[in-house]
Design a protein around this ligand. Structure first.
Ligand code: COA
Length: 193
C-alpha cells in the first residue's frame, strides 16, 4: 500500500542544516513527515528534549506537512502507533552506512512491516555532525554555516551558560572553601591548599 506518512527519528542535539536538508526532501516525498526527537537513553544530550523540540519546530515552521514530536521506547513501536510503515534516515558517509544498515536490519526484525528508507545527505553537509557543532560552539568557532540561525543563537547561549557555570564551580577548587579563597585574596596571599 502506498505510504502517506514517514517518520524521521533522531536525537537532534541540535538539529543541523544536514538534518534540515533531509527533512525538506522527505517532506516533498510524503504527505506527512513526522520528525521524532528521541528521548535517547544511550546518549547524554546537551539540550533537553523540550529545547530540541523547540528548535526543530522553529526551523520547520515553514513546512506545513512536517510535524515535530518526541518519542520514548522503540522507534518501530512509535511508527506503528501512528499507523505508519516508513522510517526515513539520512546517509552521509560510509561509516553511517554500516551503523544505519545495522539499525535498519534490527528494526525490520523487531517489526517486519516497517521499512527504512535512506536519503543521501547533501555532499556539502556530509561531514557535519551535531557533536562537531557542539564542540566548535563550545570553543567559540563560527558555526553559522552549519546550523540554522535560531540554533546558532541557542548554542551560543548554552555555551556561555556552561562556561559561566564552570567558572563559578572552579573558583573554590583546591579543597579550600569559597570563604578561604576570599580571605586569601583579601589578605593578599594565595589561599592555602
Ligand atoms: N546531517 C548532519 N548530521 C547528521 C545527519 C545529517 N543528515 N544525519 C545524522 N547526523 C548526525 C547527528 O547529528 C548525530 O551526530 P552526533 O552523534 O555527533 O551527535 C549522528 O549523526 C547520529 O545522529 P542521529 O541521526 O540523530 O541518530 P542517532 O544515532 O542519534 O539516533 C535513533 C538514532 C534515535 C533513531 C535510534 O537510536 C532509535 O531509534 N532509538 C530509539 C530506540 C530504538 O528503537 N532502538 C533500537 C534501534 S535498532
Amino acid at each position: 500500500m502506498p505510504q502517506r506518512l514517514a517518520v524521521y527519528p533522531g536525537t537532534f542535539d541540535p538539529v543541523t542544516n544536514g538534518h534540515l536538508d533531509v527533512i525538506r526532501r522527505g517532506a516533498e516525498l510524503f504527505e506527512e513527515l513526522v520528525v521524532a526527537c528521541a528521548v535517547n537513553i544511550t546518549k547524554q544530550p546537551l539540550f533537553s528534549v523540550q529545547e530540541r523540540l523547540d528548535m526543530l519546530r522553529e526551523v520547520t515552521a515553514g513546512l506545513s506537512n512536517v510535524r515535530v514530536t518526541s518519542f520514548g521506547g522503540m522507534v518501530v513501536d512509535f511508527v506503528q502507533s501512528l499507523g505508519g510503515r516508513v522510517i526515513l534516515r539520512g546517509l552521509r558517509t560510509f561509516s553511517d552506512y554500516e551503523s544505519e544498515v545495522q539499525m535498519a536490519y534490527a528494526n525490520r526484525t523487531f517489526a517486519p512491516g516497517v521499512e527504512t528508507l535512506f536519503i543521501c545527505a547533501n555532499l556539502e553537509e556530509s561531514f557535519i555532525s551535531s557533536r562537531l557543532i557542539r564542540e566548535a560552539a563550545a570553543l567559540d568557532g563560527d558555526i553559522r554555516r552549519f546550523v540554522p540561525s535560531a540554533v546558532a543563537r541557542r548554542l551560543r547561549a548554552k555555551s556561555a551558560a556552561l562556561k559561566a557555570d564552570v567558572a563559578l564551580h572552579s573558583k573554590g577548587k583546591g579543597g579550600g572553601s569559597e570563604g578561604d579563597h576570599q580571605r586569601g585574596r583579601a589578605s593578599g596571599r594565595r589561599p592555602r591548599r
